[in-house]
Design a protein around this ligand. Structure first.
Ligand code: MG
Ligand code: MG
Length: 269
C-alpha cells in the first residue's frame, strides 16, 4: 500500500471517464432526492445507470459491500447501507458512489439536502465542501500530502467542527484504494511528496460536533459518537504540470439542484 502508482496522461484520461460517470450518476440522483423516497430506490437507479454506461458499480462486492451506493443520512458519516427507510424533510444525506470502467475506478461523493434544512446544517455542508476545494488547492508540486490535510483540518476546526481521523482519502487507479493515504488532518510539510501523475480521492468527512465516531453492528455504517450530523464531499483529482486537475465534477448535481457555483473553475481539466 505504500508505493504510489503514478499515472500517464493517457491513463488519467481514462480515469477522467470513470470519475465523470460517477459525477453523472450523482447528478441523476440529485433530481430524485426528496422527502418520501428511500435509499434502496436510489441504489437501484444508480446501479442501472452505471451498467447502462458500460461500467460496473465500484463498491458492489468490494470488501463484500452489498450495494452500489454508500448512503449516509444525518449522523451517519460514511458507509451507510441503502435500505427502505423513508427520507424526510430536513434530513441530509451523503451519497458516495464508485464505478469501474476501462480498467480504472472513479469514486466521489456529495452531501445533499432533503427538502429544506436548517441554517446550522447548511453551514456544515458549505464549510465541508469549501474545505475540499481548499485541500485540493494544496495538491501542488512542491507540497506534501500533509499540506492537504493541514488545510482541511485548520479550516474546519476554525469553524468549530470535528475532523474524522480514522477514515481518510486515498490514491485511486486500477484499485479503488491505492497509496498514498490522504488524511483530512496533518502537518504542513509532512507526508509524501506530491508528484505529477498522482491521482487522489480527496474526501473530507466533517462532523458538526466531536470528531469521534463509532461503527454500527452491521459492520459497515459509521456514525458520529455524539449523534450530531456529519458531511462528506469527495473529488478525484490528478496532478498535471504541477497543478491539480479535477477529474470529477459537481456540475451535474448543481445543475439539477439549481445551485450556481464557480468553486471548480481553477481546477478544471
Ligand atoms: Mg468515496
Ligand atoms: Mg474515496
Amino acid at each position: 500500500m505504500s508505493k504510489v502508482n503514478l499515472k500517464s496522461i493517457e491513463e488519467i484520461e481514462l480515469m477522467a471517464e470513470s470519475a465523470l460517470l460517477v459525477s453523472k450518476t450523482l447528478g441523476m440522483l440529485a433530481a430524485e432526492i426528496k422527502p418520501g423516497i428511500n435509499t434502496l430506490y436510489l441504489d437501484n437507479l444508480a446501479e442501472a445507470f452505471i451498467r447502462d454506461h458500460n461500467a460496473k458499480p465500484g463498491f458492489l462486492g468490494l470488501y463484500d459491500f452489498p450495494n452500489t451506493l454508500c448512503v449516509s443520512p444525518n449522523e451517519q458519516v460514511v458507509h451507510g447501507i441503502p435500505n427502505e427507510t423513508l427520507l424526510k424533510e430536513g434530513d441530509i444525506i451523503s451519497i458516495d458512489c464508485g464505478v469501474f470502467k476501462n480498467g480504472f475506478y472513479g469514486d466521489h461523493a456529495y452531501t445533499f439536502f432533503v427538502g429544506e434544512i436548517n441554517y446550522k446544517t447548511k453551514k456544515l455542508l458549505d464549510i465541508t465542501k469549501q474545505s475540499l476545494y481548499n485541500g485540493i488547492n494544496k495538491f501542488r508540486k512542491g507540497n506534501r500530502i500533509g499540506d492537504i490535510g493541514y488545510e482541511i483540518q485548520s479550516y474546519c476546526e476554525s469553524n468549530g467542527y470535528g475532523v474524522v481521523r480514522e477514515l481518510v482519502g486515498h490514491g485511486i487507479g486500477i484499485s479503488m484504494h491505492e497509496a498514498p493515504e490522504v488524511p483530512n488532518y496533518g502537518k504542513r510539510g509532512k507526508g509524501k511528496k506530491i508528484e505529477n501523475g498522482m491521482v487522489l480521492a480527496i474526501e473530507p468527512m466533517i462532523n458538526m460536533g466531536s470528531h469521534k465516531i463509532k461503527q454500527l453492528e452491521d459492520g459497515w455504517t459509521i456514525i458520529t459518537e455524539d449523534g450530531l450530523p456529519s458531511a462528506h464531499f469527495e473529488h478525484n483529482v490528478a496532478l498535471i504540470d504541477g497543478k491539480p486537475k479535477l477529474l470529477s465534477t459537481f456540475k451535474y448535481i448543481e445543475e439539477a439542484l439549481g445551485i450556481k457555483s464557480n468553486q471548480e473553475l481553477p481546477f478544471k481539466l
